[in-house]
Design a protein around this ligand. Structure first.
Ligand code: FES
Length: 77
């Protein structure tokens, strides 16, 4: 399925940018593939794909799953 129609980037292209290029943000995905955002409508879908490929897109960490593994939500009182 296409994530970015403007640049013909598919989910596998986003995952490849994350895995091979260390992309954690949409801008880095575009850079990895040598293109640039056009309309920007794909940003949310691209972030979701980065999250599912264990890069959160919100920080510089490599492995969101490892960061959140020990996370315990604060219990409501
Ligand atoms: S859909 Fe990605 S820039 Fe337009």
């Amino acid at each position: 399925m296409y994530v970015c129609v403007c640049n013909a980037l598919r989910e596998k292209d986003v995952r490849r940018a994350a895995e091979e290029g260390g992309a954690t943000r949409p801008a880095e995905v575009f850079r990895f593939h040598g293109c640039a955002p056009q309309c920007g409508k794909c940003a949310c879908h691209m972030r979701a794909e980065l999250i599912s490929s264990n890069t959160c897109g919100n920080c510089d960490c490599d492995d969101a799953a490892a960061v959140t593994a020990n996370y315990e939500p604060i219990a409501a009182e």
